[in-house]
Structure formats: C-alpha cells, structure tokens
Ligand binder design. Structure first.
Ligand SMILES: *Cc1c(COP(=O)(O)O)cnc(C)c1O
Length: 358
C-alpha cells in the first residue's frame, strides 16, 4: 500500500536522551512532549522514555493524554492553568503547573484543597513572553512558600536566543536569573535544547530538552551528528509515476520548473496534505535508494515531483526518504525557509506512524 509513513525510531529517541544525560550529568530531565511529542506521538514517546524524570506539555489537554495513559512520571504543564477547574483537575491528578502571571498566582493561592503539588515559578529574564518581572518574582516566590498546597517551588526561565551562541542576551539572561534567584531556596531550570548543547556548564537542576530528544539540532549552522544525536523520525513515501519530460517543457502547478534538457521525473505520493512543506524550493533533496535527487516544481497537496535524470535503477513503488535517516531534517528545513520543529509538528493525520523498537 502506498501511504506516506513516519518511521519513529524509539531506540534513537532513547539514544538521544542518553546523550543529553551524559552532557548534563546530575541534572534531571523534563522531557518536552508537547505538540504530540513534536509530531512523534505523545503517548508512545512518553512510554518509551523510561529514563526521563518528568514530562513537559503546554496544554491541559496534553497533560490529560499522559494522565489517561497512566504514564507514571510527573507531568508539568508549562503554560499553567487558566481557571479554577483546571487547577482542581491538576491538583487531583498530581500534574505540576507553571505559574507565570499574577492572575495564575492569585487563583492558585485561593484554591481550597487538601492536595499538594510542585509549582514551577517562571521568571522573565528577557524573552518577554511569559514570566514574572524580576521585581515581582521574589514576592511571588514568598507567597508560594507560605501556601499549604505548594510542596516545592522550582524557579525557571526561558531563553530567547540560545540557538545563537554569540548573542549577548544569553549571558544577560543567565545573570538576571542568578541575581533574582539568589537567596531563594529550591531547584532551578533554565535550559532548553540549545542551552543544553551549547552551555552544559550552566544547566542547573532541571533541563528541558525538546528538539534534541527528537534528534535535531536547534543551533544555527549545526546538525544533529555534531552532537551525536540521531534522527528519530524518518518520513517516507513512494514513487507512483515516472515520466519522460522533453527539454523546454514544464512540470506542475504554475509551471514551477522547466526542463533544461530531456529529463526523467518521478512523482512521489506525498504533499503538503501530509506535512511536506509547500515552500520547499526547487533543488530540495530527497533520498531514493541512498542517492540524493532534487525536488522540481511546486509541492502539491498529494504529490511532489523529483528529477531522477541522474539516477539509475529507479522504479515505480520505490521508497523515497523526505527527511530522517540519511537526510537531516535541518537540511530540508533550510530549503523550505523554516526550522525542523515545524516539519515534525506538521506531519498530518494521513501519515501512518510506524514505531520501531529494535
Ligand atoms: C518547548 C519548550 C522547551 C523545549 O525547547 P526545545 O528548543 O525544543 O528544546 C523548553 N522549555 C519550555 C518552557 C518549552 O515550552
């Protein structure tokens, strides 16, 4: 059956976690599995990552998926709760929450409950998206210290430019965090994948890797193998037609590509309806029988076209790797003016996920 598939290599996933653990030594790992495990499947990913210390999600619905699947590790809701019902549910389920606004703090403090949870208190050190300002932070921390239903407080912040190693904001954010938290007890968490890979000396008590777990490097100009990470997802589809295109003829919508010589074009049954990026430009590589071939013409909903003139022995039915093993998603992301995160998250329901455990 010709259906695009995403092979999800669970041993590569665990290899990546091992690599991260080696880097961060003593630190605990909050494995980020939001957005359906970055498109890899939240429940199978969480079930597979036995060595993770906890799992991080953005939405209550994602936390609920993990709770319902009886993942027996702490779950952290990193955007926190937005009403009292959500809080009651989180406390009842033992889901830990981030608190990043005065409104969230007030709601949390007002809860009447006999349950207790750990709270991740977020400081804004320069990202300017979520978190208490340095002047508000200490008071918020002290209010939580007095609160019966708060077991522990983990101070956290998030970096804006950790993928750009030279950016001066990195040092500024680190020192803002250290200054504001000085004298406050409890554990700390600052590092996403980029910081884990670039500043393993600065990672504190809890690291929060996302993209690195899935085997892709967030650092500009680098690829996963630079950090001995292995791609987890290999996205594949099949050739369904092979056409001879005479010199001067065009291929696809908008005549997006013109043959400058007599050419052989393979039609592959994958398109933006499956999550292949529509903005992939002419020349974006695919892998056919371990040989690279360039995308030509526009990406359609259900198909792409590939120039196989330079390849030998290509047949209808052959499998084509779009990214993954042998073809880094980082490389495809650049050709589509995006980042590997969006490629992984963009895989649609029409793609069959195939979990490989060996
Ligand atoms: C998603 C997320 C991360 C992981 O980021 P990566 O760049 O994928 O490592 C870390 N921390 C928080 C708060 C997040 O929301």
């Amino acid at each position: 059956m010709y259906q695009p598939t995403a092979d999800i290599n669970l041993s590569a996933l665990n290899h990546n976690l091992t690599q991260i653990k080696k880097r961060v030594k003593h630190a605990n790992v909050l494995a980020m599995v939001k957005a359906d495990g970055y498109g890899h499947g939240i429940v199978p990913v969480a079930q597979s990552l036995a060595a993770a210390n906890a799992f991080g999600v953005a939405r209550a619905s994602e936390a609920k998926e993990l709770v319902d699947a009886q993942i027996n590790k702490p779950v952290v809701l990193v955007e926190g709760c937005f009403d009292l019902d959500e809080y009651q549910w989180a406390l009842q389920s033992g889901v830990q929450v981030a608190i990043h606004t005065p409104v969230q703090l007030e709601q949390f403090l007002s809860l009447k409950t006999s349950k207790r949870i750990t709270v991740w208190l977020k400081l804004d050190t320069g990202m300017h998206r979520l978190g208490f300002s340095p002047t508000q932070f200490k008071t918020a921390f002290q209010q939580l210290e007095q609160c019966q239903h708060c077991v522990d407080i983990i101070s956290m912040t998030h970096f804006a430019c950790a993928d750009d190693l030279e950016n001066p904001l990195n040092e500024m954010q680190l020192s803002e965090f250290e200054q504001t938290c000085s004298g406050l007890e409890g554990q700390q968490s600052v590092a996403n994948s980029a910081l884990i890979l670039s500043r393993p000396d600065k990672i504190k008590d809890w690291v929060r890797p996302g993209i690195a777990l899935y085997g892709s490097s967030p650092i500009e100009g680098s690829q996963s193998q630079d950090f001995d990470l292995r791609p987890v997802m290999t996205f594949k589809a099949n050739i369904i037609a092979i056409n001879a295109i005479p010199k001067g003829h065009t291929v696809g919508y908008g005549c997006g590509w013109t043959a400058d010589k007599d050419s052989t074009i393979a039609v592959v049954a994958v398109g933006y309806g499956d999550g292949y990026p529509r903005h992939a430009q002419n020349g974006t590589p695919v892998l056919i029988n371990d040989q690279k071939a360039p995308l030509v013409g526009r990406v359609s909903m259900d198909m792409i076209t590939v120039d196989i003139s330079e390849l030998t022995n290509v047949n209808i039915g052959d499998s084509v790797v779009l990214w993954g093993e042998g073809l880094p998603a980082e490389e495809i992301a650049i050709c589509a003016s995006t980042i590997s995160y969006t490629l992984f998250c963009g895989i649609t329901r029409r793609v069959k996920r195939n979990y490989i455990r060996a």
